[in-house]
Design a protein around this ligand. Structure first.
Ligand SMILES: CC(C)(COP(=O)(O)OP(=O)(O)OC[C@H]1O[C@@H](n2cnc3c(N)ncnc32)[C@H](O)[C@@H]1OP(=O)(O)O)[C@@H](O)C(=O)NCCC(=O)NCCS
Length: 180
């Protein structure tokens, strides 16, 4: 099993035991606002299927979201990592953190480790993207912290027209390579 350790966090691929904490995370209105097709909290069955697609992504692609745990408490705090379902514009690193743990810098800490893992795992990959709703300022703050910039490209998903944020391998290593 892949395991990635950062200063405060442990990351490992999502497994069936993570479905329940993921459903719980998604029951929060502010988390759901930017992660669901409706922009609202969805029923448990819909969220079960959404989490199942994240486990399935690992089966199909051999990469996918990592569950993120706080080292100190062992708590499951969210899911961060690479994501590229059919039709996606490129390999994305995405993030979602349980509302109780917002504002601790966990998303950028886990995303930096994920981007490093992705660039190591896929030596020919020249960039990583994140698709972000124009009003999602929290997510844009994370994108900036991990070295991404907003491109002029858009991605249409559901009723949303998302901005494509991106960072090139070379630029990312110039900025963050010394940390790894
Ligand atoms: C986006 C998200 C993952 C950020 O996670 P995080 O671990 O809190 O990240 P950070 O601690 O770096 O905080 C990022 C920004 O969120 C905002 N923020 C932090 N704590 C907050 C809180 N309690 N309430 C509201 N906003 C808060 C701040 O603007 C912060 O930026 P700053 O550090 O420059 O001030 C988290 O807000 C989340 O899960 N949002 C819902 C899901 C989502 O939008 N995912 C991305 C889809 S593209």
């Amino acid at each position: 099993m892949i395991e990635i350790e950062t200063k405060r966090l442990l990351l490992r691929p999502m497994v069936p035991a993570d479905v329940e904490p993921h459903i719980q995370m998604m029951q929060n209105e502010e988390v759901a606002a930017n992660l669901t097709d409706t922009g609202k909290v969805r029923d448990r069955g819909t969220e079960w299927r959404a989490a199942a697609s994240m486990l399935g992504h690992w089966q199909i692609r051999e990469f996918g979201f990592f569950s993120v745990f706080e080292k100190q408490s062992g708590a499951w705090v969210g899911r961060v990592g690479p994501w590229q379902p059919e039709g996606w514009p490129a390999l994305e690193v995405g993030w979602g953190i349980s509302h109780d743990h917002w504002g601790k810098g966990y998303a950028p800490e886990a995303a930096l480790a994920s981007i490093h893992w992705v660039f190591q795992e896929f030596p020919k990959l020249d960039k990583v993207i994140s698709v972000i709703e124009p009003n999602n300022h929290n997510s844009q703050a994370v994108a900036k912290k991990v070295g991404e910039h907003k491109s002029t490209e858009k991605f249409s998903l559901w009723q949303f027209k998302l901005d494509i944020w991106k960072v090139d391998r070379q630029d990312w290593y110039a900025k963050f390579g010394a940390q790894f």
